[in-house]
Design a protein around this ligand. Structure first.
Ligand code: ZN
Length: 269
């Protein structure tokens, strides 16, 4: 599932392709998750933002097209018209003359993604309640620690909830917790641990962004390319292999319905 580095990679690529262009005629697959595509436009794209794992396409009518890529969602700009791809869930044709008959297309094989239109910065669902973006430098370690302390759930579960910090999913949570030696099932962390965890999260996210994100199976950028960060993962998905730090066999267990990988020596309970 795309997390912050993958969504930010897409945002950076989309920005020059969309800003200053007018979205016109739209089409959507007949499902409540994609029909909001039809509520967009005609409108000029003013900016392409991101909050956590959400893309926000800012329009000149005080509205935003909100895109969550789910598990297999991807975006590209291609010639307008039906291209016979059964997995396209929505498209928006560009109206301006420089477009030359192009469209922004949303494709999603497994349909875990969704589209919405937000007006005047009023959001719904996770986007409305999630914490500050992980790369938002105004979030300090003390605030992060206090928001972790506000819940008694496992630290990994809290990270995946997006409430203490937005943009972190299973891959980067496992990587960061391993780096700082915090067991994913721990229910309390010290102030020092929280500070180290925040730094580690930002480090793993930034490094992955630098390498175009992580492609395990599905993720592709706007140009259809895979990320390059998957070769750099140290523990995620590597249960049974030796810990890169101490050699102990890495373990996996299901914690609140998500598989976590950790080192029993470096990350004691
Ligand atoms: Zn270890």
């Amino acid at each position: 599932m795309p997390e912050l580095p993958e969504v930010e990679t897409i945002r950076r690529q989309l920005e020059p392709l969309l800003v200053g262009r007018r979205l016109g005629r739209a089409w959507a697959f007949a499902h409540a998750k994609f029909l909001p595509a039809l509520d967009v436009g005609p409108a000029l794209v003013e900016r392409v933002d991101r909050r956590g794992k959400y893309l926000l396409v800012g329009l000149d009518d005080d509205r935003e097209l909100v895109i969550h890529l789910g598990m297999t969602g991807s975006l590209r700009v291609r010639p307008a018209g039906d291209d016979g791809d059964a997995y396209v869930r929505a498209w928006w044709a560009f109206e301006d003359e420089r477009a030359g008959g192009e469209a922004l297309e949303y494709r999603d094989v497994r349909r875990f993604g969704r589209l919405a239109v937000a007006e005047g910065g009023r959001y719904a669902g996770t986007l409305a309640v999630q914490g500050p973006d992980a790369l938002d430098r105004t979030l300090d370690a003390e605030t992060f620690w206090r928001s972790l302390r506000a819940s008694r759930r496992a630290v990994k579960t809290q990270l995946l909830s997006q409430r203490p910090i937005a943009g972190v999913g299973n891959i980067y949570a496992d990587e960061a917790l391993w780096r700082v030696g915090i067991n994913p099932a721990r229910r309390t962390v010290t102030r020092a641990q929280a500070a180290a965890l925040l730094d580690a999260l930002r480090d793993v996210l930034t490094a992955s962004l630098h390498h175009g994100g992580t492609t395990l199976t599905n993720y592709r950028d706007v140009a259809g390319r895979e990320g390059r960060n998957q070769q750099r993962l140290e523990v995620y998905g590597q249960a049974g292999l030796p810990c890169p730090r101490c050699g102990t066999e890495l373990r996996a267990r299901v914690l609140d319905a998500r598989t976590s990988t950790w080192c029993p020596s470096c990350q004691p309970r």
